[in-house]
Design a protein around this ligand. Sequence first.
Ligand code: SAM
Length: 253
Amino acid sequence: MDNFKFKKKYGQNFLIDENVLNNIVNNINIKDNDLIIEIGPGSGALTNKLIEKGRVLAYEIDLDTKKYLKDFNVIYDDFLKRDLEKDLKDYQYNNLYIVGNLPYYITTPIIEKIIKSKINVKEMIFMVQKEVGERLSSLPGNKSYGYITCYLNYYYEISKLFNVSRNSFYPVPNVDSTVIKLISHSKYKVSDEKLLNNILKKSFTHKRKTLLNNLKEYDKDVIKNILIKNKYNLSVRAEELPLSIFIEITDAL
Ligand code: SAM
């Protein structure tokens, strides 16, 4: 990577560990007519391996990476600004996979964008900051359980695959990482997904406040009844509640 100017503002820590790259790619099982989206190909370390598996469409914000990515199909733009449905309309595929060693400054916005875009994604494999990996796969009652855990769980089954040392990257970041896998499921069905999102966001706004306090703009009695019915104390906090309770509250409001 001669002369490449690494840009901190784009979260550029490139993977230099062959074993980690192979491990990521080996966790993707795609068939002939499937498509992989890669977010942030950088110098193409992962892309080179992904194209051995199937078709890849990549999104990269930094034009300076162009020299490494000549052989690939890349949209040079901010992933967060794209209309994914539009970008994909010329592609015929059975299943869609999204993969990326994500730029950590926008992990949550990227995930939210994918969910909101309404494209059907079968599986996602992401390298994320270790703490984020813990948060996304944590259970109620755990310190790191929060809004994004619940929101993501509604759509995806989340599992941690393996941890990655900071020394597997160049430049070496000041955090360790985890590779997570998200498999889409349709376990839950809520009447209004937007409302569920709002309820979840508000429920976790002030971590120390009770659920009832965080949701005081909504009908208190409805929420109270659901808590009582499910044998929760009325002073319960959002972090102690499973997703199913938030769904029940959303459906009742
Ligand atoms: N995939 C490469 C690897 O594993 O070595 C690079 C990963 S690096 C952690 C994140 C990459 O995402 C960088 O190449 C960065 O330029 C790109 N990136 C940052 N923000 C982006 C955005 N908003 N849209 C698209 N790509 C972005």
